[in-house]
Design a binder for this molecule. Structure first.
Ligand code: 5GP
Length: 125
């Protein structure tokens, strides 16, 4: 079920638990601003999620409330992950689902990185 993006931050969401080390993840990258791990149900040969370390429900919440340094650090981290995975040569797709219409399911901002094949369709159902 998609989330209500205007809800307050839920400290018990799955990604908050992963950040606190209470749930395991297949870690790909970590720095002071971000954690990246493999998606549990991959939709592509490479499917990695990058999450900020701060408590932000959504892209909307993050871009409205995060400090400039957090936003810059997070953006840089996404780029670092794609280069670490050597996706910068062949290319990749980034996606952020936001709220009900975006069908966001986990209420902690996450950027999807898809790679390992070419993507043709712009928007799926
Ligand atoms: P959304 O629809 O919110 O943009 O995407 C949520 C993503 O989180 C989905 O691709 C889903 O497979 C992934 N996911 C949900 N629960 C877990 C989990 O416990 N661990 C990992 N690694 N990924 C998860």
């Amino acid at each position: 079920m998609p989330i209500d993006p205007k809800q307050p931050y839920d400290e018990n969401n799955i990604f908050a638990k992963i950040l606190r080390g209470e749930l395991p993840c297949s870690k790909v990258y970590e720095d002071e601003h971000a954690l990246a791990f493999n998606d549990i149900r991959p939709q592509a040969p490479v499917h990695v999620l990058v999450i900020p370390k701060g408590a932000y429900v959504s892209w909307d919440d993050f871009t409205a409330k995060a400090e400039d340094s957090e936003i810059a650090g997070f953006m840089r981290a996404v780029g670092n992950v794609t280069r670490q995975l050597e996706l910068d040569g062949p290319g990749y797709r980034l996606m952020v689902n936001m709220g009900t219409n975006g069908h966001q399911e986990v209420p902690h901002l996450h950027v999807h990185i898809f790679g390992g094949r070419q993507f043709f369709q712009m928007i799926g159902e």
